[in-house]
Structure formats: C-alpha cells, structure tokens
Design a protein around this ligand. Structure first.
Ligand code: NAP
Length: 278
C-alpha cells in the first residue's frame, strides 16, 4: 500500500476483511504517517520501495503529481507477476507517464468514485467502496489475468465497474467532481470573508450551508495537483459555471423573478438524475 490515507487505508481495512491471510506492507513519505497506520492496524508492516519486488498487489493512493513521478519507478521494481492499481482522481497524465513502460501491462488505471472530505490514516473507514463505482481506464493495456485479479477484488469490495478512456474520464470528472470542489471552496471563502466572526457563521449556518460547503474541508495538498493536471477541462467547466452565476445575477438585477423560478425549476430535474445515488 503506497499512501495510507483515506483511500489507501480504506482499501486496507476491507482487503483484510475479505483476505485475513493478506499481509499489508505500508509505504509513505513520513514515518509519522506509517506509525499512525500501524497503530490503527491499517498495515501489518512498514516497508520501503525496495520491498516492492516481493509484492503481489500494489495499491498507489498518493496525490496525483506524486503518482506520475513514482509510478514508473514502481513498475521498474515490481516482479513480473505483480498487479499495480492506482486510485488517482485524474487519469490522462498518469496513463501517459507509463504508456511506453515495459511493464505497462502490470498496471491498471483506476479511479474509485468514493471518498469523504477527510484525509490521512485516521480518515480510513470500512465499507467506503461498497456500492460505489470504480472507473477503469485503458483496460485493454493490462494483461487479462491481472484484470481478472483486480475485478475479483473490486467485486468482493462491492464496487461497480465502468470502463472509460482516460481523456473522457478527465473531461467528465471535471464537471461532477472537480467543479463541485472549487464551488465549495469559493462559497466557503465568500462567507468567511464576509462573516469575519466565525462564531456567527457557526450559529447561523443551517444544514444547507454545511452540506454545500462540506467539500471545502478537503485537503489542498490532494486537490492542487488534481487541478493542475486537469487544468484545461477545469477552466472550461469554470467558464460555464461563471456564466450561469452571471446570468442568475443579471436576472436578479432585472427583477426577473419569473425567469429565476424557471431556472431553479428546470434544475430540480437533478433530483431524478441523482435518484439512487444519494
Ligand atoms: P490522503 O488521505 O491525504 O492520503 C494521501 C497519502 O499520500 C498519505 O499517506 C501521504 O503520506 C501520501 N503522500 C502525500 N503526498 C505525497 C507525496 N508527494 N509523495 C508520496 N506520498 C505522498 O489522500 P486520499 O484522499 O487518500 O487520496 C489519495 C489518492 O486518491 C489521490 O490520488 C486522490 O486523487 C485519490 N482519490 C481521492 C478521493 C477522495 O475523495 N479523497 C476519491 C477518489 C480518489 P505522508 O503523510 O507520509 O506524506
């Protein structure tokens, strides 16, 4: 397990549940993080990159810029039979980083659409992946045997699988995930800047504000590299979002409340789209 935060740690908990015989070795940048993961029993042993040669399965769940740098080194080090899975929230740069690697067929590019706004080993929870979608990109570039091995694991964890090319993944995920995070961060900023007294925010914030701004608690260390890698798609979504905000503002300025009603009514359709997700 390379990276034992929310995503890696949650994989570790559920892998242990289904495979009590598995010995999970943890690799991380900071000794302190490994100690926490050990204390929480997310991992059985601390390890280093040199130990990768002995691994059957390597799960990489570190920030996406670190994944791009480390993935070729991981593939250099593993045995011929090992499977390497990543969990990065972007896919194009990660797939490109290893496209010509001699062990490309040992790698499966994944993005589990599961998470919370929390981070680090303490954030790891059991059942995070149950009923969630795992997007697999460029599946044809992974050996069939290793695809099967990965699918057996994902199915045991209760995940649904969707296949997609990496470019489409990054384009779609910019709308449904990356834009939502920017929107939450900037909503949080707008309110904090206006309401300097945090106590007032706390007293007046209803559950609507809390649920809308929840994602603004997410880790900047994880999100900055995601926005950097998906810059063009994210800028495109932001342009559309800002246009919508500006349109809403001009309707307000024009006292055009019948149009505002219609704007909200047509967006209520989101209930049907999201039905079954939340
Ligand atoms: P996290 O809880 O912050 O854990 C990140 C882990 O990566 C930590 O163990 C950290 O260890 C290590 N790390 C941080 N910077 C590193 C670097 N530069 N080099 C090597 N290791 C580093 O993050 P997470 O939520 O688990 O996210 C991990 C991956 O999953 C990311 O690629 C993210 O895009 C993806 N993902 C996240 C979510 C979500 O909702 N959170 C959902 C799907 C996919 P140290 O403390 O030792 O630095």
């Amino acid at each position: 397990m390379i990276g034992i935060g929310l995503i890696g740690g949650s994989f570790a908990i559920d892998i242990k549940k289904h495979h009590s015989e598995a010995i999970i070795h943890g690799i991380s940048r900071k000794e302190e993080t490994l100690n926490k993961a050990l204390a929480l029993k997310l991992i059985d042993k601390k390890a280093t990159l040199d130990d990768l040669v002995n691994a059957d399965l390597v799960i990489v769940s570190i920030p996406v810029d670190a994944t791009v740098k480390l993935l070729p080194i991981i593939l250099d080090t593993i045995s011929e039979k090992a499977l390497v899975i990543d969990a990065g929230s972007t896919k194009e740069a990660i797939c490109k980083a290893v496209e010509h690697h001699p062990k490309r067929r040992n790698f499966l590019a994944c993005h589990p659409i599961a998470g919370t706004e929390k981070s680090g080993p303490k954030a790891a929870i059991s059942g995070l992946y149950t009923g969630k979608t795992n997007i697999i990109c460029e599946v044809e570039k992974t050996t069939f045997k290793l695809q099967e091995k990965a699918l057996t694991l994902f199915t045991a964890l209760g995940m649904r699988i969707r296949y997609m090319d990496a470019v489409s993944h990054d384009k779609h995920i910019a709308y449904v995930s990356h834009l939502s995070h920017i929107s939450a961060f900037m909503l949080g900023k707008t309110v904090i800047n206006k309401e300097k007294n945090e106590r007032d925010i706390f007293d007046m914030a209803g559950s609507g504000f809390a649920s809308t701004v929840r994602l603004a608690k997410s880790s900047p260390a994880m999100w900055t590299p995601i926005f950097k890698q998906n810059k063009e798609n994210v800028i495109e979504t932001l342009e559309e979002y800002i246009n919508n905000l500006q349109h809403f503002k001009s309707l307000m300025e024009q006292d055009n409340f019948s149009e505002i009603f219609k704007e909200m009514e047509s967006t209520n359709y989101i209930k049907e789209i999201l039905n079954g997700i939340n």
